[in-house]
Design a protein around this ligand. Structure first.
Ligand code: NAD
Length: 420
């Protein structure tokens, strides 16, 4: 998605609006808003990287810690051609709320490099990753700020960054970064954790609402890590009937349901789900408006907006993507009785297992998959309960309730530290 500077500024304003509302509802001092609406630390620099043909390229690079009152900052690294500091600010703030909603002893941060990774050779990518760590070395650390993979950053790139950090430090520090390959201290279950967390929180919400999910229909937008793993696990664990999926080339629909093995093989072989034979072709816009029980945006931000929110026919929206629903669309969905499991809760499985990875690194003892899954389920269920109880107490929608949970927790930590 093309991100213009103007849109990014609006993103930050949107966060401030929701924050202001939460501070007011919770009756917190004005200083709470002043602190939480600004970042704690922002480093903006440039990375100079020698390319394979000998010339040097310069890439703008950022790391932003939004709030660390509750613990070391945590948040992904995005290597994207349209990266802007405003987008990173927005996502760093969201990370601060997400770790609080999940009750992880962590703060929130985000980082990125404006670059087109797809056009870099592997040696160029490696030099870029190592340069990032060299430039930001002083502000990273297992007890300071811990990055992770995000857009266009894979586990190999994380491996190079870990190695560069440890070379500079002169000691092994696996907890400085998460999303590592298993051989370098990663956690089992991390690669599918976002989708699995979404499945667990959906199961808990359905149980609370006494609405069985078995046989219900679902549509998934996006067929990458979050979307494709959700397809598999939703079939396997919940018995959902996934009738539509899509990727950047378009979507497919079959009223009989789409088999995960068949669709994922097609995606792997042809690069897109659209080539799948036994289904009707649909657009990404049509997918949002399908008559399904559960709609799962798992690709881009702002895909449910004021012009299509009225047309959403799903009873429930599970936000695996970050920020898929605009502010105006949120109001429309609420008015129409569509229940939204908001991003900071629905996609928090990834950061939760990243936290488990940090815990395992710190003790240098590695867990079996059963333990990771059990603890993830427990964390997702408790977070859902916190958000729903807050929703009942303040008579607000689930996103506002998630903000209230987060702001209350972060402000309590700030008060105990004497910041307010
Ligand atoms: P990914 O790169 O693995 O997959 C993205 C998918 O979206 C691909 O299938 C791509 O084809 C599709 N896509 C791209 N443009 C599209 C368009 N215009 N319309 C429809 N589909 C389009 O990314 P991911 O890791 O699955 O992340 C997806 C979303 O989930 C992002 O918003 C991300 O921030 C969020 N998220 C991911 C994680 C995680 O651990 N992977 C954690 C939290 C949040």
């Amino acid at each position: 998605m093309e991100i213009t500077r103007e849109e990014s500024q609006e993103d930050v304003e949107f966060i401030k609006e929701q924050l202001q509302e939460s501070v007011k509802l919770l009756n917190l001092p004005e200083a709470t808003y002043d602190i939480l609406s600004t970042s704690e630390c922002e480093v903006r620099t440039r990375l100079t990287v020698r390319m394979d043909d000998g010339h040097t390229e310069v890439f703008p690079a950022y790391r932003i810690v939004w709030n660390s009152a509750r613990g070391p900052a945590k948040g992904g690294l995005r290597f994207h051609p349209d990266e802007t500091p405003e987008m990173i600010q927005k996502l760093a703030a969201l990370m601060s709320w997400k770790t609080a909603v999940m009750d992880l002893p962590l703060g929130g941060a985000k980082g990125g490099v404006r670059c087109d990774v797809k056009n870099l050779s592997n040696p160029e990518k490696e030099r870029l990753c190592r340069q990032y760590v060299k430039e930001f070395f002083d502000i990273l650390g297992p007890r300071l700020d811990v990055p992770a993979p995000d857009v266009y950053v894979d586990s190999q790139m994380i491996g190079w960054m870990l190695d560069e950090y440890e070379l500079k430090k002169g000691a092994k520090e696996p907890g400085v970064i998460t999303g590592k390959p298993l051989a370098l201290g990663g956690s089992v279950g991390r690669f599918e954790a976002t989708a699995r967390g979404g499945v667990y929180v959906l199961r808990a919400a359905a149980k609370r609402m006494e609405e069985p999910l078995e046989g219900k229909t679902a549509a998934i937008q996006g067929y990458g890590n979050a979307g494709a793993n959700f397809h598999r696990l939703a079939e396997e664990i919940l018995g959902l009937n996934v009738v539509a999926v899509s990727d950047s080339s378009g979507g497919i629909y079959s009223s009989k349901g789409l088999d995960y093995e068949a669709v994922s093989s097609c995606k792997e072989e042809t690069g897109t789900v659209v080539e799948f034979g036994n289904a009707d072709k649909i657009t990404n816009e049509e997918l949002i408006e399908l008559d399904v029980d559960v709609l799962v945006p798992a690709a881009l931000g702002d895909v449910i907006h004021k012009d299509n929110a009225e047309a959403v026919r799903a009873d429930l929206v599970l936000e695996l993507a970050n920020g898929p629903t605009t502010r105006e669309a949120d109001d429309i969905l609420n008015d129409n009785g569509v229940f939204v499991l908001p991003d900071m809760l629905a996609n928090a499985g990834g950061v939760t297992v990243s936290y488990f990875e940090q815990v395992q690194n710190a003790s240098n003892y590695y867990w079996q998959k059963e333990r990771v899954l059990k603890l993830l389920d427990r964390k997702m269920c408790s977070a859902l309960e916190r958000v729903m109880d807050m929703s009942d107490e303040y008579d607000v929608d689930s996103r506002t309730a998630a903000y209230l949970v987060a702001v209350k927790k972060v402000s309590k930590a700030m008060k105990l530290r004497g910041w307010i």
